[in-house]
Design a protein around this ligand. Structure first.
Ligand code: C2E
Ligand code: MG
Ligand code: MG
Length: 632
């Protein structure tokens, strides 16, 4: 008896360990994972057949010869099958259109091998003295040839499909091909070594460790899939045209929950959300960021129903650790991820609309062509702003402000516009928020302030009866410690009187940047510049802030002007506000006056200044002074 099966036993053990690890884990079932499992089963079968053939050879005297023959041939066929499944695994990521072509090519050697095995006989060589067993003859030779053909076609496939196979996979496949080739050569010259099974198992381990460990795609703590898993699966779904619906859930109040209840509760909240999502049938859950989850639904399932269910769930408090916690979550969804050409674009869109969905918590945001066009406009505007800042394409328009008592225009508000590359004007409503978010507002604010100072210096506004120009300040500008210093320097540089500037701040700035803002205000007021509170009536209109701040003017927002016409309550509130502001020693500008009736109403209330289309829209600097002159 010759039992040189140590390598086979080791190979069997290795393959079983890998098999156990792989099948015992939560998986995403990528095409490559499925191909890997097939390869693993083929390898396992081949190793078992290898062992069985050795057993059969050892008992060849007591067994019918066709059984020994069949065992050896089945083993030889299994080697070519493993090579074939290896080729399939190598091209598992290749486009669904081209994959069948490669598969057909690789299956041909397998069929030919089968035919050869049926026709020719496998010789069995046994040298009992030297403890050597091996098979030889035409069939063995053919097996070598077809395995070599497989190695070659796989190499060819990987080279041809280079672009659609990730580098990591390509490298793993190359190293696997080299291992097989070396093993084949050794085996060819030293038949008795019986290395094949062992090398197959080692190759499998290499692939598993480098590519196919499903743990790479798992978020350990919450047992959902991670960003990487999302990327890989979505890439594959897009490539294979799997029309998958996707819903994203962006939780926006994890920080608040952390501040109130602590980090442990945040972990629990996230875990509860994951458990809930995982339990929905037909979904796969991914955690893309700490607070962003995406779930895919099986193609063709009722996505609207799922979204509605999620909306209801997230509109109610969750019970976590016997405490009722409100999770603030924005929902955005796509009916088919295949509207995107690649996964990077999909990921960008998912993140973009996750942020957008937090701005409209009540209504889930459908990512359709309209929403995408909206995003394109936003991106275009963002680009236009960057371009405008670089290419001196920032313009300041001026809206005259009418002084009721004096019956003339005595001030103007500076309002920024930009022109894009095509010369189209873009309004501040479209870019200020973005500029505030990315800090560009500081550069923009600086440009606007300089342009206003230049205008005051060059056009001698006092000759037109204009006492000052109101300039809007963003919250971000108000946060700057050096704001007062910078503005004083600019005013000095343009040699303009400080009282010809009035800076408009908003309540948000007053609340968020109180200390820095107060310092800046004191500094600038001491210099001679005045301040006004813009958009009164849109926020909380908190009295404490108004009382505590050295403001010259309160600007009543257009929304109040509109409400005044239609609601008795608004009329009463406005009348009290006007009275209160006057008693506090400040003056009032009413914004958004469009009709004579509105003008007369507010004139009757005793407000000092009126601003609105009734008199004039904001005008470019070349036209505004002509307009004022016509009134003089
Ligand atoms: P705001 O400071 O409240 O400016 C008044 C806005 O109302 C201006 O819009 C003006 O054109 C518009 N408006 C004035 N009268 C009427 C009217 O009778 N009817 C209507 N429908 N609208 C009227 P604009 O120029 O689009 O500016 C929008 C906002 O953008 C401004 O609101 C201000 O918050 C911001 N903004 C404008 N320029 C600047 C700037 O240079 N810096 C900063 N930080 N923000 C600016
Ligand atoms: Mg303003
Ligand atoms: Mg305003």
């Amino acid at each position: 008896m010759v039992w040189n099966i140590q390598f086979q036993i080791a190979a069997l053990a290795l393959t079983l360990v890998i098999g156990g690890m792989c099948l015992g884990q939560k998986r995403l079932n990528f095409a490559s994972e499925t191909a890997f499992i097939r390869l693993m089963i083929a390898t396992l079968a081949s190793i078992i057949l290898d062992i069985l053939s050795i057993v059969a050879i050892n008992f060849r005297e007591s067994l019918p010869s066709f059984i020994v023959q069949a065992a050896c041939e089945a083993y030889l066929l299994s080697i070519v099958s493993v090579a074939c499944f290896s080729s399939w695994f190598a091209v598992a990521e290749v486009s669904y259109k081209i994959r069948p072509f490669w598969r057909n090519i690789t299956i041909i050697p397998l069929i030919v091998e089968l035919a050869v095995l049926c026709i020719f006989k496998t010789d069995i060589y046994v040298n009992v003295d030297d403890s050597i067993i091996y098979t030889e003859g035409t069939t063995v030779l053919v097996t070598y040839v077809f395995t070599a053909i497989h190695i070659f076609t796989t190499l060819l496939m990987v080279i041809v499909e280079k672009k659609s196979i990730r580098q990591r996979r390509r490298m793993a496949v190359y190293s696997w091909l080299i291992t097989w080739a070396v093993a084949g050569i050794i085996q060819f010259f030293a038949n008795e070594l019986l290395l094949v099974s062992f090398i197959m198992a080692v190759a499998l381990v290499v692939m598993y460790c480098r590519l196919e460990n499903p743990e790479y795609h798992l978020d350990y703590i919450d047992n959902v899939f991670n960003k990487k898993g999302f990327h890989m699966l979505m890439e594959e779904n897009i490539r294979f045209h799997r029309h998958t619906p996707l819903v994203s859930i962006a939780i926006s109040n994890l920080n608040t929950i952390n501040e109130i209840f602590g980090n442990r509760t945040v972990t629990k909240v996230v875990s509860e959300v994951c458990t809930f999502l995982r339990d929905i049938s037909g979904v796969t859950v991914f955690r893309l960021e700490d607070n962003l989850f995406s779930i895919t639904y099986e193609p063709g399932k009722d996505i609207d129903g799922l979204v509605d269910r999620l909306r209801k769930i997230f509109s109610q408090p969750w019970e976590v650790d016997e405490t009722q916690i409100q999770i603030t979550a924005g929902l955005s969804y796509l009916t088919d991820i295949c509207i995107f050409d690649n996964v990077d674009e999909l990921e960008e869109i998912v993140h973009y609309f996750a942020t957008e969905s937090n701005k409209q918590l009540d209504t889930p945001l459908l990512i359709d062509s309209e929403a995408l066009a909206r995003r394109d406009r936003v991106l275009k505007t963002q680009y236009a702003l960057e371009w405008a800042l670089e290419n001196d394409s920032v313009f300041v328009y001026y809206q005259p402000i009418y002084n009721v008592k004096e019956g003339k225009f005595s001030a103007m508000e500076a309002l920024v516009r930009i022109k894009d590359e095509e010369g189209e004007i873009i309004m501040p409503g479209e870019f200020i928020e973005f500029a505030e978010k990315n800090g560009m507002i500081l550069k923009l604010g600086d440009i606007v302030f300089r342009k206003v100072c230049e205008f005051i210096r060059n056009s001698k506004i006092e000759d037109y009866g204009i006492e000052y120009i109101e300039v809007n300040l963003s919250v971000v500008q108000c946060m700057q410690e050096d704001l007062a210093k910078d503005f004083k320097n600019i005013m000095a540089e343009y040699q303009i009187a400080p009282h010809s500037i009035n800076l408009e701040i908003t309540e948000t700035a007053a609340i968020n940047t109180k200390l820095t803002l107060e310092k800046n205000m004191d500094d600038l007021i001491a210099y001679g510049t005045s301040f006004s509170l813009d958009d009164y009536g849109t926020g909380y209109s908190n009295l404490t802030y108004m009382l505590g701040m050295p403001l010259k003017l309160i600007k009543i927002d257009r929304s109040i002007t509109i409400a005044y016409d239609s609601s008795e309550k608004a009329r009463v509130a406005t009348e009290y506000t006007v009275d209160m502001v006057h008693k506090l020693g400040m003056h009032i500008v009413v914004e958004g006056i469009e009709t004579e009736e509105q003008y007369l109403n507010f004139k009757r209330l005793g407000v000092e200044y009126i601003q609105g289309y009734y008199f004039s829209k904001p005008l470019p600097k070349e036209r505004v002074l002509n307009y004022i002159q016509e009134w003089m």
